[in-house]
Design a protein around this ligand. Structure first.
Ligand SMILES: [Zn+2]
Length: 215
């Protein structure tokens, strides 16, 4: 195939347009070999080359081939999928870029902890706080945090009142937060409860995530 030839791809039902020179940026990769003619290519009935892989995540792979930069959204969370696709296409440079991106987002730091704090105030108001690296909060799709470390549950932003940080109106807030924290690769370590004043009770659950821990 000629280097400047335009290629249309059907990756798992998503369509992309690119060129042979982009696809063969890394000639030793699987996708590079595929489009330098070494592999048989399947076409769909519209003539697009078919790759039977995840079509959505291919966007990041194609952009990496175009620019040699891995550009991911701030709240990107599909790391396992992206790593699997980098392995499938055998783009070593991409696998390396993924590791660097994970590190820079605090996903591989050793001894990372997440402290989830529940404050029961006088009058029945319960607030939730999260203490951890801000990169970790940024990597969690359903949680945010305000400047006072109060957690914002992105699931129950339904009315004025629940927009207030630190309050989750989900059925079982602890279960919700526990799940989000577990999804981010943490495991539960310990908890401690204390009564500050007669009316205020604080419970802190500590979660940790180490370099050897894998989901
Ligand atoms: Zn909630």
């Amino acid at each position: 195939m000629k280097q400047d030839q335009i290629v249309s791809l059907n990756v798992g039902g998503k369509y992309y347009m690119t060129s042979v020179s982009t696809l063969t940026t890394y000639p030793d990769s699987m996708i590079g070999s595929m489009f330098s003619g070494r592999f048989p290519k399947v076409r769909d009935n519209q003539g697009n080359y078919v790759i039977d892989r995840d079509g959505k995540i291919f966007r990041y792979i194609l952009n990496f081939l175009r620019t040699a930069q891995l550009c991911l959204p701030e709240r990107f969370a599909e790391w396992d999928l992206l790593e699997a696709e980098a392995d499938f296409y055998q783009i070593a440079q991409l696998s390396e870029a993924i590791l660097t991106a994970k590190e820079s987002r605090g996903l591989y730091c050793s001894n990372v902890t997440f402290e989830l704090e529940q404050r029961k105030h006088w009058g029945g108001l319960t607030e939730w706080y999260g203490y951890t690296d801000s990169n970790i909060i940024r990597s969690m799709p359903k949680l945010s945090r305000d400047d006072d470390n109060r957690l914002i549950c992105n699931l129950c932003k339904v009315d004025e009142e629940s927009l207030r940080a630190g309050i989750c109106k989900c059925k079982d807030p602890f279960k919700r937060f526990f799940q989000e924290i577990s999804n981010a690769g943490f495991r539960y370590c310990s908890s401690v409860a204390e009564n500050l004043r007669k009316s205020e009770e604080i419970v802190v659950w500590t979660f940790c995530r180490g370099p050897l821990y894998s989901q």
